[in-house]
Structures are given as C-alpha cells and as structure tokens.
Design a protein around this ligand. Structure first.
Ligand code: AMP
Length: 446
C-alpha cells in the first residue's frame, strides 16, 4: 500500500516523499489511520520499525486540520505533548516533527536534561504547538511555570517500557495529573510487561491495539554469530575483526560505561578511530560522538545500552556485542540497529566463559540458536574459570540479577542528568571482576 492511501494531506505526503519513502512500514500503515480516527492507541513497536513517523504524521495532520485554539493571553497553547525516556530520542523525535512538518505552520521544541534551562524556558514561554520532552526536565519547566499542560489535545508516551525501566513512573503520573480530560492518548512500547499493561489500563480509553511483529521474531535479515573467546582476548579480537573485514562503520555495545571507555582506548591504541557514547558524557560530547560516527570520521562507536537506545543511525552494516547483555531484550534492541528497513545486517557477539548463561537466555527469547564460530588464533582457553559479572542495571522480566537499591536508576540518572538515588556514584564496575556491595546486582555467569 502506498503512503497516498493513508489519508494524509498533500503537505505531509510531500515531506514523506522528500525523505525518499514511498511505502509505509507495517506500524505506519496501521497506526496512521488509527491515530487519524481520533481514538486512543496502544502500539507495540520499537525503534527501527518506523514508529516515529507512525505517530508524528497523523498528529501533524490532526493539528493542521483542526482549528487552532485561542490563546489564553500571550502564549499560544501547547496542543501535543510527546514524552520520551532519553535525550537522544527526544531530540530525534522533535527532528522528525520538523522534517515531516516542514510544509506546515506547526511549531515544536524539545526539552531534555543536561543542557541549560534558560533557552528552553524562553522557547516554551513563546509558545509551541508540539513539545517533545523527557519527564524530569518537563517537570522542571512545569514547576517554573514555563509550560502549561492544561490544553494538551494529544499525549504520546514513546518507549513507555524504557521509561518505566528507568524509574520514571512517578514522574509520568505527575505529568498525567496535569493534563486535561478528553485528550487522545498514544502509548508506544516495545514490550508489554504487567507494569505497562497497568499503565495502559489507567491511561487509555478503549484503545485500538496494534502490535507489529517485534524484532525478536523478525531478525531474519540479520546474520547473527557468536565468537567464543577468552575474556582478555576480546579487545584483540575486536580489532582483528575490524581490520580483517575492513569494517568502516561499526556500533559496539558494552555492558558498562567503564567498559565502553576501555574498548575505545584499546581500539585507539590499535590505530582504529573510536568514540564512546554513554551516560557519563556530556550532551555536547554525545552529540559530537554521534556526528563523527555518522560522518564517517571515526569507524567505531562504542555505546552502552541506554545511551544507544533511540539513536537514529540508519542501516548500520555491523553491530558487535563486545559484552553480551545480561538483559536478553537488550540483545534484540542492540541488533535491531542493523538490518533496518529491510537492509541486511550483521550482528556479532564476543562471548567469554562468564557469559554462557546470558547467551542461553537470549536464545530462549529469540527462539533460535545463534551460530558459534571460533576464530583461529582466538580460541578460548578451555581452563579459564568463569567469574561473576557485575550487572550495572536491570529491568523487569528475565533479568539475571537480584533487585537491589539501584533498579533502573543508573540509567535514569545517566540519561537525564537528574540524580535519583545516587546509584551512579558507585565506583565504576569492572566486568569480569568479583565485587560485591550487598546492594547492587550480581549476575551468575556460568
Ligand atoms: P523509527 O523506528 O521511527 O526510529 O524509524 C526507523 C528509521 O526508519 C528512521 O531512520 C526513519 O527515517 C526510517 N523510516 C521511517 N519510515 C520509513 C519508511 N516508510 N520507509 C523507509 N524508511 C523509513
């Protein structure tokens, strides 16, 4: 089905065509008519499915066809609120609003933590139609009376599962309490935990439910391989793989921020251009790292799961799991960065003896076995003794760690620049090393 059959206006179709898109993705084909119909929506879709245009396009259509409400005083009323878990996603969603709204007179802005409040405040005080915000920063502005949420017509909670994982439920409840009744609510989530179902029950009124095949069952376009290797040979193997295959654009995932920095240092020592993207980096550093990677001036971007979530890099040819994630869903999110929009991709995992249980959990989740391939010269040491792996964060179902004091909060702090319980202040964990503080999680890597 072409885009032209979805009921979108000429101005929006032109903007879509400018992007080179002709056929809507499955989530777009179903979400666009559903949102245009005006009811609530519960959509199961994750980054990489085209979900952003799936809500941005019909929202823009709604705004441009409905009469603009009268301003109360000087400021024009805020009509659409889109809440996202991370700064990167926030900026990207707002960029999409601008991209698709470029032939319309709709105004938008993004507010997120890690940068000054001042410029955001003046923008908000001038008034915008669409606000894209992370929860903490939105509440900061609300407290300062920079934003009035009482006239919002459409609310979007994007990546709601990730927001709950990051400990944002109290903030979301506070935000919901400020919104008017009778609005349209759209909830997007990659997974449907009991917590998400409870939130949906409370928030949505007779929602239309759309679930596009989650990536964990549509990963056929992605060639997946595991290279078993000794713990201390991973960095050598990574450098070898990059050099041997002449990879020019690789996204590498590590479990920890410290791990990401270590990998960057070791690649740089091997003469490979690498930058890190994680929560200890300032917003400016993160934007710069991403820009360098996209431009091709560095070959490797090394990222932690939360930092990488939502970043918009199209059709990466190679994703490498330097560490296997202890949260199986993270594997699916990670490899979803490659093979996007139908392009082939390759996801490679370096697995040491500590991570066998993680692989088992991942294979159970994706319901398939991933091919193991030992690279000659990098055979794992059969006498290597497994060590426990310190898990930096955890979430919901299927996680291999005890629930401790810092559940999900390290990520919340990292992404939003708001201290939540100080869990980030712990010394950086070193994977592969035994440590224990009685609070944070231990993962048994057998
Ligand atoms: P999203 O899941 O919203 O993060 O989108 C994933 C990527 O798919 C983005 O880089 C979009 O630019 C791209 N995209 C969105 N819609 C389409 C489409 N209909 N055809 C091809 N690519 C698309």
């Amino acid at each position: 089905m072409p885009f032209t059959k979805l009921g979108l206006s000429g101005a929006l179709l032109r903007a879509v065509a400018d992007q080179g898109y002709t056929v809507p993705t499955p989530i777009q084909a179903r979400a666009i008519p559903a949102v245009l119909a005006g009811g609530d929506l519960l959509a199961g879709a994750q980054t990489g499915t085209g979900k952003t245009a799936g809500f941005v396009l019909p929202i823009l259509q709604q705004l441009s066809t409905r009469p603009s409400p009268h301003a109360n005083g000087a400021r024009k009323p805020l009509r659409v609120l889109i809440v996202t878990p991370t700064r990167e996603l926030c900026a990207q969603v707002e960029a999409s609003v601008r991209t698709y709204g470029k032939h319309l007179k709709v105004t938008s802005t993004a507010v997120f933590g890690g940068v000054g409040l001042g410029p955001q405040a003046s923008q908000l005080r001038r008034g915008v139609d669409i606000l894209v915000a992370t929860p903490g920063r939105l509440l900061d502005h609300q407290r300062q009376r920079n934003v009035d949420l009482s006239r919002v017509e459409i609310l979007v909670l994007d990546e709601a599962d990730r927001m709950l994982d990051m400990g944002f439920l109290p903030d979301i409840k506070r935000i919901l309490a400020m919104l008017p009744r009778g609005r349209q609510n759209l909830l997007f989530s990659a997974t449907f935990s009991d917590e998400i179902k409870a939130l949906a029950d409370k928030l949505l009124d007779q929602p239309q439910t759309i679930e596009v095949a989650p990536r964990n069952s549509t990963v056929d376009a992605i060639a997946q391989r595991v290279h078993p290797v000794s713990r201390d040979q991973k960095s050598r193997l990574l450098a070898w793989l990059i050099g041997h295959h002449d990879w020019r654009q690789v996204l590498v995932f590590t479990r920890t921020k410290h791990g990401a920095d270590k990998v960057v240092r070791s690649l740089q020592a091997d003469g490979i251009g690498a930058v890190a993207l994680h929560g200890n980096k300032s917003q400016g550093q993160r934007t710069k790292a991403l820009a360098e990677f996209k431009r091709g001036s560095v070959e490797v971007l090394v990222a932690t799961d939360i930092a990488a979530r939502g970043i918009d890099i199209d059709q990466l040819p190679h994703v490498v799991n330097y560490d296997l994630p202890n949260v199986p869903h993270d594997y699916v999110h990670r490899i979803g960065r490659t093979g996007r929009a139908g392009a082939d991709g390759e996801a490679i995992s370096l697995m040491c003896v500590d991570e066998h249980a993680f692989l088992r959990d991942i294979e159970r989740l994706i319901k398939r076995e991933i091919r193991r391939e030992v690279i000659p010269g990098f055979e794992p040491d059969p006498n290597e003794v497994p060590q426990k792996i310190f898990a930096q964060r955890g979430r919901g179902q299927g996680q291999r760690q005890h629930q401790g004091a810092g559940r999900g909060n390290a990520g919340g702090h990292a992404q939003n620049g708001r201290g939540r319980n100080g869990s980030d202040k712990r010394p950086s964990p070193k994977h592969g090393q035994k440590r224990g503080n009685g609070h944070a999680g231990w993962v048994a890597g057998r």
